[in-house]
Ligand binder design. Structure first.
Ligand SMILES: [Zn+2]
Length: 591
């Protein structure tokens, strides 16, 4: 937990939980809270809430809740110190140098920092080559021929890797150990292991940045007819292909603003689309989209237009990506660009030939993915039963992945009409496989808190928030032991201790002392819309608890008397009963 005065505490004071969580979950203002779809369990209607004032979150579905750090720990699957760092970085809070680390951690961090530095130097080198060498100028002419002017080249950091074979190596070697250079991926080692050389030669270089804008890899295109046409950085300690989306560092703001992303295949496509003034574009940099990339994108939007190349590989990639995107509840449209003459058009070619406006027009008209798939199925031979079966087999896996039952049913009808398939037959097939399909995550019933009674809920809220009288209230509750035996007894006990203390204790810390079920009830109460409490109301709640206490004792006394009407001590019991009846009258009637 964040100790008072510690760095974590300072971060928590400064961090805006809505902004941090907003990077992972799309939040909408709803009353005093923000709500969205819970990232921890599958759901269709938002039951996840963030409280900007109390700086806490809570899911009414699965019950997860806590402060900004527990959220990041859960999302990033990282320990507390790491979560503090993540939040600090997101909020632009300078991180003090860590005092102690394990030697391994320190070594790893140094290695990562050195690898980033190598990439920074390599990037500067490639850019210089493009600008100031004869070879580079030829590369520049090639780029200009493809419609990339100086402004675009500078904006996207495009550079050139010369053909020499060791030009970059000679520059880096004095500063870095051979082993580190090879680990960076920009330098390779020959098979004998004796000789080092530049991995990228005679190629246009495109820097690939991670989400926070640090260059971690390069994508390189051959200048001539050299093979392979594209050569990228290998996997390194700072780069994993499936974890990075090209251009996301710049696209994340536009994506969040417009609440959708355009997914293209390569960096040239992304650059072409971004140049056309459409900033919310990312490239998967490879023919198929990997699950970590989808999760990454899902932090910014759940709506995507897939615009892959129209060739066979691109179609297959589109269909593979669809499967994954649907599983992650994305709303997907597919843009299949019309051919230009007899040429199949990728986004780069299309924009060059037809212009940005034409692209924006087809983008707006991009059909939902099911329409795209039906169109693909209709290209199959539907004149025979076998052909129809094939088309159906092609479509069915996608339809089954639609998590929404109503939508699934709607699409079944459309497919039946379009493919001229008997609808009941199709529905039977669909239902059969629907039962085999993974359902939404069910909430464990024992976790669902029983609703505490209204009076308890009000008192808990007051104990947590009524700055003017919560101490007095805590004293009264403790003195009369009024909360004992309540369903929420433990919540009261924790709040009373906090209320009596002179230091303000945040809700998350109180929550941390409770077990899961109790914390859940507590957070739910904090999120309820409620009126400003008054002392008058507090007193009437206290009265109600007092009556309840008396009534309970009265019932007990009565039971003892009835169980043994002639026993010893009857006299005392009867006296006690009288006394309690009197107290009850004095405590007044519930009103
Ligand atoms: Zn949840």
């Amino acid at each position: 937990m964040a100790e008072a005065g510690s760095f974590a505490d300072r971060v928590k004071q400064q961090a805006d939980i809505v902004r941090v969580i907003g990077e992972y979950v799309r939040l909408k203002k709803s009353g005093q809270n923000f709500t969205g779809l819970c990232p921890f369990h599958g759901e269709k209607t938002p039951s996840f809430a963030v409280h900007p004032v109390k700086q806490i979150f809570h899911c009414f579905g699965c019950g997860k809740g806590g402060d900004v750090f527990s959220f990041v720990m859960e999302m990033e699957k990282c320990p507390f110190p790491e979560a503090v760092k993540v939040v600090a970085e997101k909020c632009g809070i300078a991180i003090p140098r860590p005092k102690e680390r394990t030697p391994e951690e320190r070594k790893e961090n140094q290695q990562r920092a050195a690898l980033i530095e190598i990439h920074r130097e390599a990037q500067a080198f490639f850019v210089r080559q493009l600008e100031s060498t004869a070879e580079g100028r030829a590369a520049r002419a090639y780029l200009e021929d493809r419609g990339l002017n100086a402004e675009t080249i500078a904006r996207f950091g495009i550079g050139y890797a010369p053909s020499g074979g060791d030009v970059l190596l000679r520059q880096l070697k004095p500063k870095y150990a051979d082993k580190l250079l090879v680990e960076s991926g920009v330098i390779s080692r020959d098979q004998s292991g004796a000789r080092l050389f530049d991995r990228f030669r005679r190629r246009i270089t495109f820097p690939i940045a991670n989400e926070s804008g640090k260059i971690v890899a390069f994508g390189c295109r051959a200048l001539g007819d050299d093979l392979p046409k594209y050569l990228n950085s290998p996997e390194t300690p700072i780069y994993s292909k499936s974890n990075v989306l090209y251009h996301l560092d710049r696209a994340k703001e536009p994506i969040r603003r417009q609440d959708f992303a355009i997914m293209v295949e390569g960096y040239m496509d992304a650059i072409a689309v971004a140049r056309a003034g459409i900033g919310n574009v990312v490239a998967s940099c490879g023919t198929s989209l990997a699950e970590p990339q989808i999760k990454l994108l899902g932090r910014f939007t759940k709506r995507v237009v897939v615009n892959y190349d129209p060739d066979v590989a691109g179609q297959a990639a589109t269909e593979r990506s669809l499967t994954l995107l649907l599983e992650h509840d994305f709303e997907v449209r597919v843009l299949a660009l019309p051919a230009i003459g007899d040429k199949k058009a990728d986004p780069d070619l299309f924009i060059r030939e037809k212009g940005a406006d034409a692209y924006i027009k087809v983008l707006k008209e991009a059909p939902p993915y099911v329409d795209y798939l039906i169109a693909r199925a209709r290209q199959m031979d539907l004149s025979t039963g076998e052909g129809k079966q094939r088309a159906l087999n092609f479509l069915m896996p996608y339809v089954q992945r639609i998590p929404n039952r109503l939508l699934r049913s709607e699409w079944a009808t459309r497919i039946a009409q379009q493919l001229r398939i008997d609808e009941p037959v199709l529905r039977a097939a669909l239902n059969k496989s629907a039962t085999e399909r993974r359902g939404e995550v069910k909430v464990a019933p024992q976790l669902v808190g029983k609703p505490a009674k209204q009076i308890e809920r009000r008192l808990i809220r007051m104990l947590a928030e009524a700055e003017g009288f919560k101490k007095e209230l805590a004293q009264r509750l403790q003195h009369g032991r009024l909360y004992e035996g309540l369903e929420t007894e433990k919540v009261f006990a924790a709040l009373i201790v906090a209320g009596l203390s002179d230091e303000p204790i945040p809700a998350t810390e109180i929550g941390a002392q409770l077990d899961e079920r109790e914390r859940r009830v507590f957070f739910e109460i904090l999120f309820e819309d409620a009126q400003e409490p008054t002392w008058e109301e507090a007193e009437s709640c206290l009265d109600a608890l007092r009556r309840r206490q008396i009534e309970q004792e009265l019932a007990k006394v009565q039971k003892t008397i009835e169980a043994n009407p002639s026993g010893a001590g009857l006299r005392e019991l009867l006296e006690r009963k009288q006394e309690l009846m009197k107290q009850l009258t004095a405590a007044g009637q519930p009103g």
